[in-house]
Structure formats: C-alpha cells, structure tokens
Ligand binder design. Structure first.
Ligand code: NAD
Length: 396
C-alpha cells in the first residue's frame, strides 16, 4: 500500500465491549507510531457510527455512507457489532465483508507466555488461518422446514434428480467455486512465501463433499501451481524428488481432511504454518486454535480483499462484560498490529506486539487470563492499555 505519513483511518467502536477495548487500544497505536517513527508518521482517526451507536445517531445500523467511507480509505479497524438473534436482521459483519468483498479472513494464532493453556506446549502454536469469507454455507442460502421453497426444491430433487430427501427437511446450499477458492489460496500461499514459512495446508472434507470441499482442495493445488510455479512443492514431489526434505525457499502445499486437522493441531501444532480453508472449516479451526493460546480475548483478525481491508477482533460484543472496563483489549490491539503491517508500518507493528508480550510476561493481564496465570496481577481493560503504552515508551 502507498500510505502517506499522515493517514486518516476510519474506525467503528462497536457495541458491547467495543468502546472499552477501542479506548484502550487507540492510544497504543498512536504511541507505537510516534515512537517507531519519531513523530514523522501519524494516524488521524475517523469515527464511523455503526451498530447500536449508528442506529441512535443516524437511524441506520450500517449506512451505505459508512461502507463507502471504508472503501475509499482502503483500510479500517472495527470493534464487534451485535446482531440481534432471531430479529431477521442480517449480520452487520457479514454485510461489511460481502459489500467490500473482503474474501480472506486472516487469523494468526500465536502464544504469549505465560498464559495458561489447555495444551502442554502452547509455544508450538504459531499458525495463521486463511478462511474463505464469502461463500460456503455462510452464503446464507437456506429454506425452513415445510416452507414453500423447501417443498418445491424437494419435489424438484425427487422428480428431476431422483434424490429422495425427507419431506420435512430444511434445505441449505453450500456454494464453493473455483474462482473464490483460488483467490483465497493464492493469498495464503503469498503470505507463506513473503514470510518465509514452510507449509500451507488445505483443510477440507473432500472425502465426503467431493464437489464442494473436494473442489476447494483441487482448485487450491491448481492456484498454488498457477501463481507460484516451482516456489511450491507438493508432498508427492517432496518425497519423490527431495528425499522428504523441503528445499530452502520453497513452500510445501499439502492437504488434510478437516477432522484430522483438529487432531493434528493438538498433537503436532509445530507442523502447521498456514491453514487455508473454506468458510465453515476456517471458522471452527480458528476458534479451536485461539482456545489453545488463551481464548478469544487474545485472538486478532483481518478481513482482506483486493480493494480494501478491515481489521477486527475475532470475538463478539461480550454482553456479560460490556461497560465493566474488564474486557481484554489484546484482540483489537493485535488486530491493529496486523493493520500497521498491512500499511507497511512494520516497526510500529513490532513495537505493539513486543509490548503485549512484555506486559503479559511481566504478570499483568485482564480477568479472562489473569486467574490462570501464576503471580499475575489482574488489571482493568483501560489499565492494561495504559501499561502497554508505557511499555512501548520504554522499548528501544
Ligand atoms: P462473544 O465473543 O461476545 O462472547 C463469548 C465469550 O467470550 C463470553 O464469555 C465473553 O465474555 C468472552 N469474551 C469475548 N471477547 C472477550 C474479550 N475481549 N475479553 C474477555 N472475554 C471476552 O460471543 P457471543 O456471546 O456469542 O456474541 C455476542 C454478540 O456478538 C452477538 O450479538 C453476536 O452476533 C456478536 N458477534 C459479533 C462479532 C463481530 O463483530 N465480528 C463476532 C461474533 C459475534
């Protein structure tokens, strides 16, 4: 990205714990940028009303104007937005992703010591998930049991396709296409190549869903071959031509059945660098991995397309913690570090990550983590943000 030294970035505070974590995080970004570039670079923040706050101010949960502003700025950051259950309202997050075609959901999962983990060696977990963000069962194409549409489809299936499904079935569609699978895998392999990582694993259930998830697997290999040529090596080639030893500078592209991935990331997480997956698999595996390193409070994420990128904590609005100044702001702080990297402001990003590591390592954490960390002092959300800022100012 060509980013000017003084750049305007839109942000959405979000609902629930959104304001708490945003108010802790924003000074962290400003301090890191100031410190990394001696005041030569600066972010001007542009508040975009959305969610409940947007509704109170403009009468709209997420206006077209808000989407246009984000698109024009090409980079934005947001807190969580609530979707009322059963209200018939479409998820605002899904609307943002679909409208801006943010097709890659990128979730790096990294362990910060000494957070308590349910696994023996959480320090081996350093995995980035690339989840397809626009299709699969998340396309939301489904019809209720007994509905006119479901009945019509069932009849069509029976008479035209000779497929007999229970007459009371609800029906959902799982569209997965070559173009969208390929652009996602292209991004995942590019990330591995750019960061000197060893492997990209295509996670699928193609043994059962041969044309959708099996298609994802096939198109994933094709994309790796088409865009990266001999920079990538398949497992077959690895053993036939390289005695099982990955040549320097190459990336191994391989595939694994989804259920096996869940077992393997627990048993041998060090064997995974990047996982590329269709929407639903990607959703499940990123939360399961986040749990290995301390849970949602520490899990950053980005939704990236070709025109625009929106960085966001992966958790929801945590209504149980809203307004209590008790949420963990690490998720949005680390999402902001991803944003700074995306802008090419890597020195500032690095400062943010190092200060998070030092603060947790020094025994300061919010309630979600503190109780499991021996000798740790529990601090509030705002206090945690202040400590991170002080730590940044001390790092050389
Ligand atoms: P949630 O992520 O809000 O909460 C799940 C659990 O994780 C809760 O116990 C919560 O206290 C805890 N948690 C979450 N973030 C935390 C943090 N930063 N620090 C400490 N603990 C944290 O999930 P939910 O309860 O299923 O969803 C609540 C609302 O959020 C719903 O309206 C849902 O639609 C919305 N949501 C939004 C997004 C998004 O904006 N990207 C994502 C998921 C859910």
């Amino acid at each position: 990205l060509d980013v000017p030294d003084c750049v305007e970035i839109p942000f959405i505070e979000g609902d629930g714990i959104g304001p708490d974590i945003w108010q802790a995080a924003q000074p962290v970004f400003d301090t890191a940028v100031q410190q990394a570039y001696n005041g030569q670079k600066k972010i001007q923040w542009l508040n975009i009303p959305a969610g409940a706050k947007g509704f109170n101010k403009t009468g709209e949960w997420l206006s077209d104007d808000a989407l246009e502003i984000i698109e024009a700025h090409r980079v934005a950051i947001k807190g969580p937005l609530a979707t009322p259950v059963g209200s018939g309202m479409r998820s605002l997050n899904v609307k943002i992703r679909q409208h801006l075609d943010l097709y890659a959901c990128i979730r790096p999962v990294r362990y910060f010591s000494p957070i308590q983990s349910p696994v023996k060696h959480p320090e081996h977990v350093n995995i980035t998930v690339f989840r397809e963000n626009t299709e699969d069962l998340y396309a939301g194409i489904e019809w209720a049991s007994g509905s006119f549409e479901a009945q019509k489809l069932l009849k069509f299936m029976k008479t035209e396709l000779d497929v007999d499904v229970c007459a009371t079935a609800a029906i959902g569609l799982k569209p997965i296409c070559p173009e969208k699978s390929k652009r996602l895998v292209k991004k995942a392999v590019a990330y591995a190549v750019d960061n000197g990582l060893k492997s990209v694993t295509l996670m699928h259930k193609g043994n059962i869903m041969k044309y959708t998830e099996g298609g994802f697997r096939q198109w994933g290999y094709e994309a790796a071959q088409e865009y990266f040529g001999d920079r990538v090596v398949t497992e077959d080639e690895l053993f036939k031509s390289h005695n099982g030893i990955l040549p320097r500078g190459k990336v191994l592209i391989r595939d694994r059945i989804a259920d096996m991935v869940f077992a393997e990331v627990l048993l041998r997480p060090q064997e995974f660098d990047v996982i590329a997956a269709p929407n639903l698999n990607g959703d499940y595996i990123s939360d399961a991995l986040a749990a290995q390193v301390g849970g949602l409070g520490i899990a950053p994420g980005a939704n990236v397309g070709d025109r625009c990128a929106v960085f966001e904590a992966t958790h929801g609005t945590a209504p149980d913690l809203a307004g209590k100044d008790a949420a963990n702001p690490c998720s949005i702080i680390l999402s902001g570090a991803m944003m700074l990297d995306h802008m090419g402001w890597n020195r500032a990003a690095d400062l943010v990550r190092r200060s998070v590591a030092q603060t947790l390592g020094g025994g300061r954490a919010t309630g979600d983590l503190a109780s499991g960390m021996e000798g740790c002092k529990e601090v509030s959300c705002s206090e945690f943000g202040r400590i991170i800022c002080e730590t940044i100012s001390r790092i050389d």
